[in-house]
Design a protein around this ligand. Sequence first.
Ligand SMILES: *Cc1c(COP(=O)(O)O)cnc(C)c1O
Length: 361
Amino acid sequence: MTLQPRPSILTVEPYVGGESKILGVNRILKLSSNEGPFGPPPKAIEAMVAAAREAHRYPDGGAKALREAIGQKFGLDPARIICGNGSDELLSLLILAYGGEGTELVMSAHGFLMYDITGRWAGCRVIKVPEIDLCADVDGILRAVGPRTRMVFLANPNNPTGSILAQSEVERLRAGLPDDVLLVLDAAYAEYVTRPDYNAGEKLVDATTNTVMCRTFSKVFGLGGMRLGWAYAPVGIADVMNRVRGPFNVNAAAMAAGIGALAEDGWIEKSVAHNNAERARVGAALTAAGFHVYPSEGNFLLVGFGDATRAKAADAALKARGAIVRMMGSYGLPQCLRISIGLAEENTVVIEALTAFAHGG
Ligand SMILES: *Cc1c(COP(=O)(O)O)cnc(C)c1O
């Protein structure tokens, strides 16, 4: 017998991140990973530099200062905040703790891929529920839930579609799920949402014992390279997560960066104002060029090109101008590209490249 991992692991396709290089092109516009256009907040950079001098010390395994800073910023109880090495880690902890062999994980058909990847790693049967106009279907999800279902994952807003469920729909979803099913609300793009009825998840976390909200510093705060995320959970789930996480799962530089980022006055406001204006500008221009632009509440746009061949050609046209965006085949949307909102001049390159492409140029 040769050494074998558990069979479900071999059904996993490794996650392929956004590309960052084009052969022969020096100036790259990286619009493939929704990283935010402004780099890290200056206070985060200062804090990381200071942390470098203390790198011989183990970090605070309880992430006390960071949890308090997050709690202060978002009005949440720090005792029920759990920090992670990116929110990806927190998603994994939840799946490994509550899922596994013999259980089912339910997600939306074009939901975030890490739920699928980690679900299979854990041995769950992953059920993908068809969407309506690339938006999660609450009734479909509720119908897919059976006696073996232990978790439902919803990214709200969703990556890569940009779609959002109204708060009333999220509440209807929770109300329709059995009590022994964990609902994970992944709000990686929460800070960008301007709809007045939106709640990133804390309302349901506070009102239930079986709902968790996950957040990240990788998008609006521009700290993807530091790997920093957090979850807000009911007491019982926070306790489980604290039992299974690594004792030093968040490194000291990442914690310092997070605290610095939260202290940067006006950062979210500036990022959101830029995103609203530029997302509208890019969306209008690409619609005028004849492409299908899906409504988005995130810092990216999903753009439909009709079929996979044309999406590939559009991708090549963008690459020829140095712009790297995300192909969507792995999300079951080969006819689409996902384009992050960048700086105004970067977005203008995208608009010009795709407008020329539409005109056959
Ligand atoms: C980017 C993203 C994440 C991952 O965030 P990290 O904190 O960088 O691990 C999680 N969920 C969604 C929907 C995302 O788009």
